[in-house]
Write a protein that binds this ligand. Sequence first.
Ligand SMILES: [Zn+2]
Length: 386
Amino acid sequence: MEDVQAATDAWLARLPVSERLAAQAATDTRLIGWIAGAVVVVAAAALLTRMGVTTRLAKRLETTGPRPWLTAAMAAGVTAVALLSAKAFVDASVAWRVRTILGGAGAAGWPAHFVAAAAGVLPSVLLAVLLFPPLAWLMRRTPRRWPLIVGPATAALILALGWLPYALSAGGAGPPAPPGAVQAGVAQLVAETQLPAVAVRQSADLALDADVTGGFGRARVVVGPRLMAGPPAEARAYVGHLIGHYVHGDVLIVCLVAGAVAWIGCWAALNGAAPLARAMGAREARGPADPAATPALALIFAATVTVATLAGAAYLRWANVRADAFSLAHAREPDGLAAVIEDEWRRDPAHDSVAPSPLEAALFYSHPPLQTRIAHAMAWKAAHPR
Ligand SMILES: [Zn+2]
């Protein structure tokens, strides 16, 4: 056990102490920013509701008669502008603080960060303006049953965008990898795990370490230039991890988790939007399609997206332990695995803490923290002497 601790510490000692401390400070700042973002968005929605902004807007638009489509579009637009601008303000401040802490090239000022964050507001507002009127129409047409349409449709969209490209191995494949130690080592791993891939391919994409994609009984293995030129142990360890994800269907499961949360979110909107709006001061709110309930509906939407993201990340943190275990069991390269995940951390501009608090891990991590993953590899190594 002491050997495992010492071996883990030796790997971590390869990272400069100053970098590890900066990463911890940056992660702590993100945590404060996350909480501030949630508070600001909830406060903005409560303020909009209390001031009756969307209700007054609807009254002004409907002086000559009901115009539900226009009213829904405008209520969605005003709500989206208010909530997303408030969020962009917080996001820019967090990004600016984090960049300052981590230093390095491109440490831009706050205005540049705000411009970058605000650039995302307009497309999202347009999307809200276009999508909410038909949704509100559906809510008025089938007040009790619309989640039965919107829930599965959202889940299908998530699968189509998140899983289908993976299952179909979308994107350029690259030529078969040239014969060599890396190619042979990975090919041996593919054969041993009985992965249904015909050849190990190589990619010219510098940003790609490796990729194992596929579905419907076939798979594609692509190794990027950096791993191709490195030691076979690292390519084998990393591809072994990715084969683990393929074998366990992790991409499909994470999309199903997100789709299930989206469906639950529809029921939450059906039953919760009007009561939430009334609680925030809009006493006249009757249902989710009511303009008075639009800010409350936006809050439920934001909460649904957040829960879907956190649930997906929680599944992935668990699935990544299993993928590391799969890599260790089949590639049998604990040092290669430690080296490749440490190298990934070094190149990651986000620079997450190597040992975050449980709350930070729950909010920001799709993988176990670096220290945990290396300790896992070293524990396997100690239990399997060569
Ligand atoms: Zn993974």
